[in-house]
Ligand binder design. Structure first.
Ligand SMILES: [Zn+2]
Length: 140
């Protein structure tokens, strides 16, 4: 196999401890960069990480992996703000957008990633992982 045909993946996913992204996507260590945050959001930091992954290592596939029963869907944006303020005494400078339906979140993430001029999105896939039965569904 020539190096140019090698498939290297950037995975953007949630930090949920029930997800083992490499195992779910049947990837081995060395085949993927995994970018995680609460809810698996497309943030400036996520775009920066995927961009550097592509430019430094040559990853050529992006996978968005969301999941059912995400804790980031348990509260409203205001509810998250109140939670953080109650726990820390500080109002955070950021908002947490509730995750909602994982399929819709995958499609929204794909749209956001495609809109970034910093990313090669020619190989971009989205999946929803069911934490109850372990099934993986291709969404986009
Ligand atoms: Zn989650």
């Amino acid at each position: 196999m020539s190096e140019s045909s090698e498939l290297l993946t950037s995975v953007l996913t949630c930090m949920d401890y029930r997800l083992d992204p490499l195992a779910i996507l049947r990837l081995d260590p060395g085949e993927a960069h995994v970018i995680r945050n609460a809810g698996g959001y497309v943030t400036d930091d996520a775009i920066r990480s995927i961009c550097l992954s592509q430019q430094l290592v040559g990853t050529n596939r992006i996978v968005v992996l969301h999941h059912t029963d995400c804790a980031a869907s348990a509260r409203t944006a205001e509810g998250y703000r109140e939670l953080v303020e109650a726990g820390t005494g500080v109002s955070p400078a950021w908002d947490v957008e509730p995750v909602g339906d994982p399929r819709e979140r995958v499609l929204a993430a794909i749209e956001q990633l495609r809109a970034s001029p910093l990313l090669d999105t020619s190989l971009l896939e989205g999946f929803v992982y069911d934490v109850d039965d372990g099934t993986l569904t291709l969404v986009g």
